[in-house]
Unconditional design. Structure first.
Length: 76
């Protein structure tokens, strides 16, 4: 309920001035990719990786793919 009632998310996100990586599960039902797109768009240096065949718990469902995305982001 607290997450759903938070109203300042996009305004706060727009103030982020460092690189940000969004790792998204392509089949995430809790935070669908389409919902995350607003947040991605609000951050000027945002990048995103969509992990196929993955839901909300990417570190459990697809740990290798998740780790690869994080390592690639850090090395870039």
């Amino acid at each position: 309920q607290a997450c759903n009632s938070y109203q300042a998310g996009l305004d706060s996100a727009a103030k982020v001035s460092c690189p940000v990586l969004f790792v998204l599960g392509a089949q995430d039902l809790m935070t669908p990719v389409r919902v995350a797109q607003q947040l991605v768009a609000a951050i000027s240096q945002a990048q995103q990786v969509k992990i196929p065949y993955c839901g909300h718990m990417m570190m459990i469902e697809k740990p290798d793919e998740t780790l690869d995305a994080l390592i690639d982001f850090i090395r870039a």
